[in-house]
Design a protein around this ligand. Sequence first.
Ligand code: ZN
Length: 257
Amino acid sequence: MAVSLCSGIDIASALTVILGMKLANKSLDLEHPYGHGKVEFIVVSGLSLLLIISAIVLFVNSVQSIYLQEKGPDQWLTLVAGLVLAGMNWIKYKYVKCVGFHFNSPAIKTLADHSKVDAISSAAVVIGVIFAKLGWHFVDPLIAIFEIGHIVLVSSQMLSGSINSLMDVSIPQADIRSLRKIVHEVNGVMDIGYLHARQIGRDLWVELSIIVDPDISVFNGKEIAGKVQESLSLKKEHIGNVQVQFLSKIKDSVATT
Ligand SMILES: [Zn+2]
């Protein structure tokens, strides 16, 4: 019963990602001038909710089997099934994670994390059976508690991560520093004013201001700004949009490219 419900959740998760990928892949249109990248974070929220449902199912099931003193399925069968599922889910986790990194897709990476949870759950079942065989039946409820706690922890991390991303949280400061370094190396950039970067789905969107020599022409300033865009796209992977504003040090004239 629990197994069929869990695989139902697995199928629903996979379908959510497939549907989300279709939407996220749409290019920008009049109604969505910033593209559809954020669909990825909505998908991640959905995945975390599905995982929370599986924790609730597991909880209800554990309570039921303790109170009803249900006779579980054959232990050897459970042991073998648990081992097979743990192995399969671990392979699936490694493979999907690789795909997620390739596309830099938060939704696919989250699907991989779900498989990791499934792999650990299956391994926990195996450990429970081994202890039950040894006659240590008190281990079984402990494992159920561990599993529920583990799923709740992972799914709440997924949920808070996706909410943060929807709120345009900045990328980590170390990554900001590496972006600033790239900009500083561009010829003609005297200094950097602000530099904001956020993840929109798979792509990194950067907004920054650079300080240029006040004696150069607007044309040259635009050229330097163009080089900054080029350099960021070349040296950083998955750069989406770069918006550069250039300011002259003394005259403070403002121009945007
Ligand atoms: Zn699952």
